[in-house]
Write a protein that binds this ligand. Structure first.
Ligand code: AMP
Length: 115
């Protein structure tokens, strides 16, 4: 599979990368929905959260811990933030490589109401 995010991982298209290790990459969302909006993407390929096997929970855990570490490093961990994973159509997923959104930098509105 080769999504937009795989191309960012391979440096085939540019992105504002804020963190990378052997497991994941994090870069700023091109259309931010909050003052801070960073995407955390595993380097292993899984189209959606549904595709992450039961014996690979670390794939998702690493994304969440990397997001918390980024919040601490940037100094907004105590103010707070939101992490979100969209899955398939009703969840609003548009890029089919699993990823976690980190939103922060201002009080965030409520969520979960039908579009
Ligand atoms: P989702 O809708 O959950 O699949 O999230 C996909 C996100 O990718 C959206 O918030 C887009 O704004 C973001 N996005 C799309 N293209 C790029 C890009 N080239 N660089 C950074 N973020 C992007």
């Amino acid at each position: 599979m080769s999504t937009l995010f795989h191309k960012i991982i391979r440096r085939e298209i540019p992105a504002d990368i804020v963190f990378e290790d052997e497991h994941l990459i994090a870069f700023r969302d091109i259309a931010p929905q909050a003052p801070v909006h960073v995407l955390f993407v595993p380097k292993d390929t899984f189209a959606t959260l549904n595709d992450v096997p039961a014996d690979r929970p670390e794939v998702i855990g690493r994304l969440a811990v990397a997001a918390a570490n980024y919040a601490k490093a940037q100094g907004f961990d105590e103010d707070g933030y939101r992490i979100v994973m969209n899955c398939n159509g009703d969840g609003g997923q548009t890029v089919f490589q699993v990823h976690l959104h980190l939103l922060a930098g201002a009080p965030l509105g409520r969520f979960g109401t039908p579009a």
